[in-house]
Design a binder for this molecule. Structure first.
Ligand SMILES: [Zn+2]
Length: 931
């Protein structure tokens, strides 16, 4: 209120000065608000309660004069308005009007087409001046420069919209920038080239194609070159391990077009796809060739049965599943398997074969490769390099957001129907036995106590106990039970106490209640857990947009665990469109050893993998397991990572001689999961069965070596907190876009305070992160734990709806859902990079954001590649062009300087080169730390 005391006697005040400056900026905008302020400038105080003329028009229904925004030294309502809904609304209306303008009735005369077209038309990464384009009239001079800088791009005729073919809405939303982004596309109309052209245009814009890259001291260049080679070497190692184990993007038969999902996904989402779906299932079950639209008689027997067995999402969970539909199962294929001396199952093409069908890296290979990664990641200059690149990526994103924030908001407002709540989100990391919230579990326990107190639920010490007796033995009645007595929240007392956290799985601190209610393998065969699981599934299906990947345990204690687990899932019909499973292997060898359950580590390997090889060889030998495995994505590995791992051995013994009471280290556990899974996947892929991936808990605490192990062998990880301490590995995770399912709320309770969580930093840097709830039972307060996770992150980190939708999109892409389902959720091309793969009506992520991410990544990879290919001996001086970076086939025809690598951009021209606006040479040549 101090401002009111300023005398308004016509003397210039700081306010007036500001007014004039800011009026100048908005000259020509023609905004009534601005004009209204200008006129009374000296006569009426701007703080005067009397409204200037123009303002009266702005008063909307029910708005009080005092609510009308006024301009102060620090606040300009006009500028503010340009950044908020009013314009976005205008924007939306315009975009709709443009749709109509094709028919001629609503054509709007605008100088450059409309501002929407003009702004959306340039690559997202060419972000300079984008915000200025948003001026409603589109007549700022800045808007035109980018056009002129592309000589081959024809000036856009104003009547473009009236004369062009009517665009279908979908098409327009999917590719709002199609017609003008890429010159090549506009001139010859081939979509295939568009992507490459865009890349080239971008690289040119970023100044990377200039000679600046190697324009530095030779010794620095050669040092950068050797760093890049080391990084490239790690990436090559990773690619070798991933492709060998069939964990790559195109390796899983489940992602093929013929893969049948049974029970099929619910109908509404699949309306258009019905014919295609029925066709593929017809093929899969070996029935007639035209099953889709024919009469019932032409449907196969199974087809007919299945089509009658439909259910509504959220109701009658499992009623659409009948094992009969899937019989008969395939038989033995004649291949064999055998565990070798070092504890790895090997597969052989036939009984006579002596050589394994696939050569799995030995444990020695593994540790040597791991050592190489660890050596590189602790090298000083390499660390500095990675650190600076990551900082650069973060800064680049900040700049991008600064300049595109408004445009992104406008883009997403143009999308009809879709918002954050109805984009698909996958909870990429949830433990099944903690998948319900506490209130839910409490309600369930109470209702069981009320309705079935005399049910026998436990056999202990030679006695059968009923539920009532169990509660009597712990001095509790149904009335006593509350969230507080249940005591399963882990908010306050579990920080850095993973041991205490594990105890939180016991309701009321009683392990027998955990056995009764939260175990699949107990006296009642996991019936209670199945019932509550169905209730959770029902909630998920009703929410429609939330999916989960539940972790269930296989301990490796006995050989029949897999069959029991599969029977639990199949017999209880726990099949849902919203649920897929991962198998978590707790690293508990030391516990079993101490209790005398086993002698050597080899028994764990055998118990975990033998049934899987048996069922792959002959599915009819474990029918339920075969069916269950179709919904299993892969392996997780869980336990307290912060436990000390003492290195007892210089060379680790193989499993059959690992008989000490010491638990093997993380790397050893992962190696045996990886190596056996590699053999298994080879076989499963060959038979057309779905393959499995490795997605362990990693980097939650403990040694950063765990992350190196994951970078070498794993599809993706959960947590990854410690990447913040290992810049090189973080950079590797970025370059290869390794998925990280993060759970800041869980970390907040266990290992790292929320405000220190690196999640937001990773996100800004462009790492492939998603949000997940980990243990809703212990951490969540609401009915929708995943939304709670997003909500808290949005509040703390101030995420916008575009950010949240991008995270949701990441989560779907990271998840192990079948490609056909991902296509339904994200759009038909979701496996393509950049905006080609982005269907905005489905993802609600603006194309410009997707393009920014892609181009940044490509650019980063390109910088590395070209440094790695740089041969200092051939560069006589810093500015000399290393000729070996040129792809030979373009050498003669390219108009670019010789050191410009063109393999990304066959169709582009030299004129596209522009001065760098983003990347200064300094950014590319970080001064190296003290080496
Ligand atoms: Zn977890």
């Amino acid at each position: 209120m101090a401002e009111n005391a300023i005398p308004n006697d016509g003397q210039p005040t700081p306010y007036d000065v500001h007014t004039r400056e800011s009026d100048g900026e908005y000259e020509g905008v023609g905004h009534t608000g601005a004009a209204g302020f200008e006129a009374p400038g000296d006569v009426n105080s701007p703080w005067n309660e009397d409204l200037p003329e123009g303002e009266h028009d702005e008063l909307q229904d029910g708005m009080l004069p005092r609510d009308l925004p006024k301009r102060t030294t620090f606040y300009d309502p006009v500028a503010e308005r340009q950044m908020t809904q009013t314009d976005a609304k205008l924007f939306y209306q315009r975009s709709k009007a443009e749709g109509r303008s094709a028919s001629g009735a609503w054509a709007l005369p605008t100088p450059l087409g409309s501002p929407m077209i003009a702004s959306g038309s340039r690559p997202a990464t060419e972000y300079g001046a984008d915000s200025l384009v948003l001026d409603p009239d589109g007549n700022l001079p800045e808007t035109q420069t980018p056009w002129k800088s592309h000589p081959e791009m024809p000036a856009q005729p104003p009547e473009h919209n009236a004369t062009s073919e009517p665009l279908s809405k979908t098409k327009a939303y999917a590719f709002p920038a199609t017609t003008q982004t890429q010159p090549g596309l506009a001139s010859d109309g081939t979509e295939a080239r568009g992507f490459l052209d865009a890349q080239a245009a971008h690289l040119a814009n970023a100044g990377l194609l200039g000679s600046s890259l190697f324009d530095t001291e030779p010794h620095i260049t050669s040092e950068l070159s050797s760093i890049s080679k080391n990084i490239q070497r790690i990436l090559d190692l990773r690619h070798k391990y991933i492709s060998l184990s069939n964990q790559g993007p195109n390796d899983n038969p489940r992602d093929g077009p013929d893969w049948e999902i049974y029970p099929p996904p619910p109908d509404p989402a699949w309306k258009e796809g019905r014919a295609g779906y029925a066709g593929s299932s017809g093929l899969a079950s070996g029935q007639g060739a035209h099953p889709s639209y024919g009469s019932l008689a032409s449907l196969g027997k199974n087809e007919a049965k299945r089509s009658t067995r439909k259910r509504k999402p959220g109701q009658d969970i499992g009623e659409d599943f009948d094992m009969e539909d899937l019989l008969p199962l395939p038989g033995d294929d004649g291949m064999t398997f055998e565990m070798d001396e070092s504890g790895v199952y090997q597969v052989f093409e036939s009984k006579e074969s002596e050589e394994p069908a696939i050569k799995v890296p030995t444990i020695r290979d593994f540790y040597m490769d791991l050592d190489e990664i660890l050596t590189t990641s602790s090298d000083g200059p390499t660390k500095s390099f990675a650190f600076r690149r990551l900082q650069y990526l973060e800064g680049k994103f900040n700049l991008y957001v600064l300049l595109n924030d408004y445009q992104e908001t406008a883009d997403s407002k143009k999308v009809p129907h879709r918002d954050f709540y109805n984009v698909r989100k996958v909870d990429t990391h949830v433990h099944h036995s903690a998948c319900m919230n506490q209130k839910h579990l409490l309600r369930f326990i109470k209702s069981k106590m009320k309705k079935f107190p005399n049910e026998v639920v436990l056999y202990r010490d030679g006695k059968h106990l009923t539920l009532a007796e169990v509660f009597a033995s712990i001095n509790l009645t149904a009335y006593d039970l509350s969230i507080d007595t249940l005591d399963m929240h882990a908010h306050t007392d579990s920080f850095h106490r993973f041991d205490k956290f594990n105890l939180k799985y016991n309701p009321v601190g009683e392990s027998r209640l955990r056995t009764i209610f939260l175990k699949t393998d107990n006296f009642i065969h996991g019936r209670y857990l199945a019932e509550i699981t169905k209730e959770v599934i029902s909630d998920l299906e009703s929410s429609k947009y939330q999916m989960v990947e539940w972790r269930v345990s296989i301990y490796g204690k006995t050989i029949d665990e897999w069959d029991k687990l599969a029977a639990w899932v199949v017999d209880n019909k726990l099949f849902s469109h919203n649920v897929r499973w991962l198998i978590q292997i707790p690293r508990l060898y030391d516990v079993y050893k101490a209790s005398g359950l086993m002698d050597t580590y080899e028994q764990i390997v055998r118990n975990v993998f033998q049934p899987l090889f048996e069922v792959t060889k002959d599915p009819s030998s474990h029918p339920k397991l075969h069916i269950f495995l179709q919904r299993v994505i892969g392996f997780d590995s869980v336990d307290d990572e912060s436990k000390v791992e003492r290195r007892l051995f210089k060379k680790y013994p193989v499993p059959k001689v690992w008989d000490t009471k010491q638990n093997p280290p993380y790397s050893y556990w992962i190696y045996y999961l990886y190596s056996n899974m590699t053999s298994l996947n080879y076989w499963r892929k060959k038979r057309g069965f779905n393959t499995l991936v490795l997605r362990p808990h990693c980097g939650e605490a403990g040694d950063s070596e765990h992350l190196a192990v994951a970078a070498l062998t794993c599809h993706s990880i959960s947590h990854g907190l410690l990447l913040r301490k290992v810049p090189l590995l973080q950079y590797i995770f970025y370059l290869d876009q390794i998925g990280i399912a993060m759970s800041p709320l869980s970390n907040n309770a266990l290992f790292l305070a929320y405000d220190r969580n690196p999640f937001h930093q990773y996100f800004k840097r462009g790492l492939n992160v998603s949000l997940s709830s980990d243990d809703p039972l212990q951490f969540a307060f609401t009915k929708e734990p995943l939304i709670e996770e997003y909500a808290v992150a949005a509040q703390i980190y101030k995420l916008g709806s575009v950010d949240m939708c991008e995270l949701a999109k990441n989560s779907v892409q990271q998840s192990g859902y079948e490609l056909s389902i991902k296509k339904k959720w994200l759009g038909p091309n979701c496996d393509l990079p950049g905006k080609q793969g982005n269907t905005m009506v489905n993802t609600n992520v603006p194309d410009r954001r997707v393009e920014f991410r892609l181009h940044t990544l490509l650019e980063e990879r390109d910088v590395l590649r070209r440094y790695a290919m740089h041969d200092p001996s051939q560069a006589s001086s810093g500015t000399a062009a290393p000729s070996n970076t040129v792809a030979p086939e373009y050498n003669g025809s390219s108009a670019r300087p010789a050191n410009v690598s063109t393999d990304l951009s066959p169709g582009s021209k030299g004129q596209q080169q522009q001065p760098s606006i983003v990347e200064s040479p300094q950014a590319l040549h970080p001064a190296l730390g003290p080496a």
